[in-house]
Write a protein that binds this ligand. Structure first.
Ligand code: LLP
Length: 431
């Protein structure tokens, strides 16, 4: 599940003591476990071994070059959503020929850039975009490899901001219109219809919506293979992870203890249902996992600055803010909060853990029972490896945090903390 554990009352990432890292590199600090990333990738990859498949890691989840490099070396392809992500993938040694380019708003420059670097396929999200790609490819005298993203109108039963496969979402083309679009696209001179794609949402904790979507789209994929010779079917990402592992509770049985509805989707369960439904298609199957690969592999370390007791609540004010980790503010995302050093009495308190940003929404938890850590103590916000640093900003002019990658007992700085100078550098010349 992950490689963070307590040893003699101190939290470790693999063989590295996190308290020492916090002291050496200061906080806020992102720390990732390479062992967790390796094992998640390998588990997913081997669960799909009966299929001709390719994992396309969703770069948006965590785009640090060292993490992309680690995944590229394992043979991963990459699901990108901008030319900037393609630039990163190539800088990290990733292969553009293994990249799929998704997103509803690709610009001319981005399409040209991706064509020039001969990506595996564009996942096209509208008819207008298809025509645009055809026109650009024709000017460049190239053939653009394309898959159309189908919106299967399936409820992913996840947070409304990360649900993508319903008709009211902006993504993809309505199921009913897809066949006709392939038909007309087959007459475009500079388009090669290479595949079909879907992605119904993120952080899915039940296999049912995946089954529903695959059962709906697989017959269409078979038809398109026959009529247009498509080669692949990308079933998107979205496999959910456990955010509440009760790490600090001392319970060894947190997993079995959970109620059914709180249990996440397991990879085995996912593969057991999905693989047989895809195998008979004889298509190459692409998967675009982001969170599953890196979500549990990262933590955000922070230091408690102050405690404030009010009439209504007690606030523990920490030095990380919503600019470092926006998930609680944006999606009501849950992140476990644990001390880097367990106090001997294991005392707990019901508090709000909040950041220093001038926004009421700048909190990491509200009215939650957490370890009763004190000013000066370090804490970890767990499961921040996906959509943590990639969604960070310098809001309130707070420089971007540093990032560390742990490999057994080695810790490497994979992004140094931004300096004030770097933060304002690109504005200086206008003065
Ligand atoms: N493929 C497509 C087309 C996507 O839009 C996404 C995520 C993925 C794959 C990867 O999904 P994953 O396996 O990571 O669930 N910031 C939000 C999540 C946004 C997801 C956007 N699309 C969060 O922090 O929960």
């Amino acid at each position: 599940m992950h490689d963070f554990h307590y040893q003699d009352g101190s939290l470790y990432c693999e063989g590295v003591n996190l308290e020492s890292l916090a002291k050496e590199h200061a906080t806020p600090l992102y720390v990732y476990s390479s062992a967790t990333i390796h094992s998640h990738y390998d588990r997913l990859d081997s669960s799909l071994e009966e299929l001709d498949h390719q994992i396309e890691y969703a770069v948006k989840a965590n785009s640090n070059l060292s993490i992309l490099k680690l995944l590229a070396e394992k043979g991963s392809g990459f699901d990108i959503v901008s030319a900037g992500e393609l630039y990163r993938v190539m800088a990290a040694g990733g292969d553009p020929a293994k990249c799929t380019f998704a997103g509803v708003g690709k610009t001319r420059e981005e399409i040209k850039y991706a064509l020039k670097h001969q990506i595996y396929a564009f996942n096209v999200e509208s008819e207008a975009e298809l025509r645009f790609i055809d026109e650009i490819a024709s000017k460049m005298d190239l053939i653009a490899p394309v898959a159309i993203r189908v919106n299967p109108n399936v409820d992913a039963k996840t947070h409304k901001y990360i649900s993508t496969g319903k008709s009211e979402n902006k993504f993809g083309i309505e199921f009913e219109a897809v066949e006709a679009l392939y038909e007309s696209a087959s007459h475009f001179t500079n388009i090669h219809l290479k595949g079909i794609q879907m992605h119904i949402g993120s952080q899915l904790t039940s296999v049912k919506p995946f089954i529903e979507a695959v059962e709906k789209v697989a017959p269409l994929a078979a038809k398109l293979k026959e009529r247009h010779g498509i080669e692949f079917f990308s079933i998107g990402g979205g496999i959910g992870i456990v955010y509440d592992t009760s790490l600090d509770s001392g319970r060894e049985d947190w997993w079995t203890h959970k109620k059914d509805e709180d249990r996440p989707l397991t990879v085995n369960q996912y593969a057991k249902e999905v693989v047989p439904r895809l195998k008979k298609l004889g298509l190459k199957i692409l998967l675009e996992p982001g969170r599953f690969i890196v979500g549990n592999a990262g933590v955000l370390l922070s230091t408690c600055l102050y405690e404030k007791r009010g009439n209504a609540k007690t606030f523990k004010i920490v030095d990380a803010g919503m600019n470092d980790l926006i998930r609680p503010a944006l999606y009501e995302g849950y992140h476990e909060i644990v001390p880097l050093k367990q106090n001997k009495s294991h005392s707990h308190a019901i508090v709000d853990v909040v950041g220093p940003i001038c926004e009421t929404g700048d909190f990491f938890c509200q009215d939650r029972e957490v370890a009763n850590f004190k000013p000066g103590d370090h804490i970890a916000l767990m499961s921040c490896g996906a959509y943590g640093f990639t969604m960070a900003s310098t809001y309130n002019s707070r420089p971007l945090a540093a990032e560390i990658l742990v490999d057994q007992d080695q810790a490497s700085v994979i992004r140094r903390r931004q300096t004030y100078e770097e933060m304002i550098d690109s504005e200086r010349e206008a003065l």
